[in-house]
Design a protein around this ligand. Structure first.
Ligand code: HEC
Ligand code: HEC
Length: 165
């Protein structure tokens, strides 16, 4: 009986910790978010601007997704090499410029401590991108129809590996 009570207390504790902390995050329910990444740590599943680096943010941050209240129009993570592991440190302080089909800058973002960036600004139907930091730059030459960078920038995607600078 004591075991039963203890089990109930544990369940109650979990409900208190997870039940009131906002929307639960599940990669099982969003398999297209995984992008060839290793397992996420529990910390990475906590909703905040440093969550789930390397994963396809917009698999959840989309109408009808787990984070439908926060719809990103472009999002991703910048690493220091194309074959980076998702859970290794990304590069902070990279300027991410999103350009339209006339090469005008639509949005300028800066990567955070884990290398993540995201925006909810309305963007045009096609975009290019430019990364820069400390005199280094990388350009995406072709126009792409979506700002969900990690959907292509992953080990089996159409882009040359993860975003890196
Ligand atoms: C597996 C689903 C999932 C993925 C993938 C995901 N998120 Fe989230 N995110 C959520 C959920 C759920 C919330 C909470 C939404 C709410 O409160 O309504 C959230 C919240 C957020 C918030 C708001 C946090 C706050 O302080 O309120 C930010 C910022 C964020 N995510 C950024 C990102 C970025 C950047 C990525 C990709 C690198 C990403 N998310 C990937 C599910 C996800
Ligand atoms: C639909 C697929 C797709 C999406 C989405 C995509 N890319 Fe790309 N990206 C590519 C391809 C393919 C290349 C290589 C050819 C080129 O440069 O156009 C590339 C190349 C790049 C490069 C140059 C890499 C190098 O080694 O020089 C950068 C930087 C880049 N992308 C940034 C981004 C950013 C930032 C986003 C999200 C806002 C993004 N890409 C979204 C497909 C994509």
């Amino acid at each position: 009986m004591w075991n039963g009570i203890k089990r109930n207390l544990v369940v109650l504790g979990l409900v208190i910790i997870f039940g009131c902390g906002g929307a639960p995050v599940s990669l099982e329910r969003a398999p297209s978010a995984v992008a060839g990444c290793e397992d996420a740590t529990p910390e990475m599943l906590t909703p905040n601007p440093r969550m789930l680096p390397g994963r396809v943010c917009q698999a959840c941050h989309v109408a009808g997704g787990q984070a439908a209240s926060l719809i990103w129009t472009a999002s991703g993570t910048v690493y220091s090499r194309a074959d980076a592991k998702c859970n290794e440190a990304g590069v902070e302080g990279v300027t991410v410029e999103l350009l339209d089909d006339k090469d005008r800058v639509m949005v300028r973002l800066t990567t955070n401590r884990v290398g993540n960036f995201f925006t909810a600004e309305p963007l045009g139907a096609a975009l290019r991108a430019r990364l820069s930091k400390d005199g280094k730059t990388a350009n995406m030459m072709g126009l792409q129809p979506t700002g969900a960078c990690a959907g292509c920038h992953n080990p089996s995607g159409t882009a040359p590996g993860r975003l890196f600078l």
